[in-house]
Write a new protein. Structure first.
Lengths: 243, 270
């Protein structure tokens, strides 16, 4: 009768760890200065406007907009500033060989998935017809809180609801034929022409090509209405569809 | 055919144990053989609500670890003779539960001819909650009509749709039911509480029962008599309706409106 506990355990559950690869949410912070004070001020303000979105969010530091290459001490000071603002810098955005060297010196990873802006982006050019020839990703069940559906290189159509705390993300457009209470992200790889469409709008966040709006309180005229969101220049517009 | 039903919620203290006890009694009272299992290792509770805490010798963890047989650990209810309770351990931690161990216990109950196995899940989305739902055929998601409970239920529904054996096998998944508890029509009318329709709409599921907020629940817990056995109580009648719906009968929802106003109030629209 008295079997040792091990006898009933599967080998998988006794392994000391498990490795998985997958999409994770990262905020990209492109800095134009290495002045930690300026960065701390700006980030603190932004975190305060949308704490549930930003607090303890993993941040990928993008150094590409700096005039000159920073040294290790400068980047370390910036990472500290980010941390003090309440976010966590976990790596550097892919860039030059100098970035690789900095990352090694700081013992952080180089992360490749981000939107290039002030450099020619041949690989990530979203208008590439080859990429968008993939059929739309269809999702017919509710996207529940904590779940994320991502349509890589294509549009996403959800024929059900997107719960609060759930995320629907597409490199192309996001269409939801139901209520959106969570987050809808279109143009995740930088397609500025992508749009978000939803039938009943209660979203907590909408984003196109990295430009986002957080809705702490939903504007009364939009609540529950069919809505689309699109980029015009750097502004994200959110408006009713139809009348 | 044995059906495994998990009673779960995500959020703590919403009424899972109260619900597990009453559903188990209600189903067993109809002649079905029912085992109700407390998965809340370390915070054992179900035995108190069922009124059998003084008869717990062996528990779920003892069975899994082979310290005793399942027969020795099953506690036969004194009121309904087709009802059995498997208590949680108060002294172990939740790591004592293993998927393999849980599977063996459920298989043995199935082989023993139980019609229903009710799994009372702990709160949260950690291991205990995961194991309670993993082998389920159906789920009763207990929700209070307020935002955080609804949000957690949505999260749990996502896990039911992805992290269960049925979901992994892709054979239709776990059948999901919503049960609203601590419902107060008065507070709904005054806008302080979400309505049945609000919750249904947000979660996109039909409700299998609406149990009103009732003082009788606490009284029942203190007495170790599941509230469904107190026939006078609104809560008991609501649970009885939920049992009927769970077994496939259709019944209109009760206790979702404020008691009818008197004649004068109606006359003058007060
Ligand atoms: N319909 C009701 N009316 C009034 N009180 C209720 C009702 N249902 C449950 N309660 C009370 O809510 C409390 C929590 O109930 P219960 O223990 O069943 O919740 P639980 O979800 O199992 O909690 P836990 O997450 O800790 O396991 C208890 O005090 C119980 O008496
Ligand atoms: Mg409980």
């Amino acid at each position: 009768m008295n079997k040792p506990a091990e006898a009933v355990r599967s080998p998988a559950s006794t392994a000391p760890l498990e490795i998985r690869f997958g999409q994770v949410g990262l905020a990209q912070v492109r800095i134009r200065t290495t002045d930690p004070g300026a960065i701390l001020d700006e980030l603190t303000g932004r975190v305060a406007t949308a704490p549930q979105f930003f607090e303890r969010t993993a941040v990928c530091l993008d150094l590409s907009a700096l005039e000159k290459e920073p040294d290790v001490a400068e980047v370390r000071a910036v990472m500290d500033a980010v941390r003090r603002a309440g976010m966590l810098a976990v790596g550097l955005a892919h860039g030059t060989a100098a970035v690789d060297a900095l990352a090694r010196a700081l013992d952080v990873p180089v992360l490749t998935y981000f939107r290039p802006q002030n450099r020619p982006p041949p690989v990530l050019q979203p208008a590439d017809p080859q990429e968008l020839a993939v059929p739309t990703l269809m999702h017919h069940t509710p996207v529940r809180s904590g779940q994320r559906v991502y349509a890589r290189h294509r549009d996403l159509v959800v024929t059900s609801t997107v719960g609060a705390g759930a995320e629907v993300i597409a490199d192309g457009c996001v269409h939801v034929y139901g209520a959106v209470r969570g987050r809808a992200v279109a143009g995740a790889r930088g397609d500025v022409t992508a749009r978000v469409f939803c039938q009943e709008f209660y979203a907590e966040l909408v984003s196109v090509a990295g430009v986002y709006r957080v809705f702490e309180t939903i504007p009364a005229e939009l609540a529950g209405k069919p809505v689309q969101a699109w980029l015009s220049g750097d502004d994200l517009h959110v408006a009713r569809i139809g009348s | 055919m044995t059906e495994i039903i998990v009673v779960t919620s995500g959020k703590g203290g919403v009424g899972k144990t109260t619900t597990s006890a009453s559903l188990a009694c209600g189903i067993a009272r109809r002649g079905k053989r029912v085992a109700v299992i407390d998965f809340d290792i370390g915070l054992r509770n179900l035995d108190l609500i069922m009124g059998c805490e003084r008869r717990v010798v062996y528990d779920f963890v003892n069975v899994i670890q082979g310290d005793c047989t399942l027969k020795q650990a099953l506690i036969k209810d004194k009121r309904i003779d087709t009802l059995y309770v498997l208590a949680a351990s108060q002294t172990r931690d939740k790591d004592a539960l293993t998927q393999e161990g849980v599977r063996r216990v459920l298989d043995e109950l199935t082989a023993d001819g139980f019609d229903y196995i009710i799994c009372d899940s702990p709160a949260g989305i950690e291991k205990g909650a995961h194991l309670a739902m993993y082998f389920a055929d159906r789920a009763v998601v207990v929700v209070n009509p307020e935002v955080s409970s609804v949000r957690d239920s949505d999260r749990i529904l996502g896990l039911l749709a992805s992290k269960t054996l049925r979901a992994e096998q892709g054979n239709g998944g776990v059948k999901e039911h919503l049960l609203l508890t601590r419902y107060s029509p008065k507070r709904v009318a005054s806008g302080e509480m979400m309505s049945v329709d609000d919750v249904k709409e947000i979660l996109g599921l039909d409700v299998i029962g609406v149990v009103p907020e009732s003082q009788d629940v606490l009284t029942a817990s203190n007495a170790g008599t599941p509230v469904i056995l107190n026939e006078q109580s609104d809560a008991a009648q609501a649970y009885e309706d939920a049992v009927a719906r769970l077994l496939g009968e259709s019944k209109p929802l009760r206790f979702i409106e404020e008691p009818k106003k008197g004649f004068f109030a109606r006359m003058f629209g007060g």
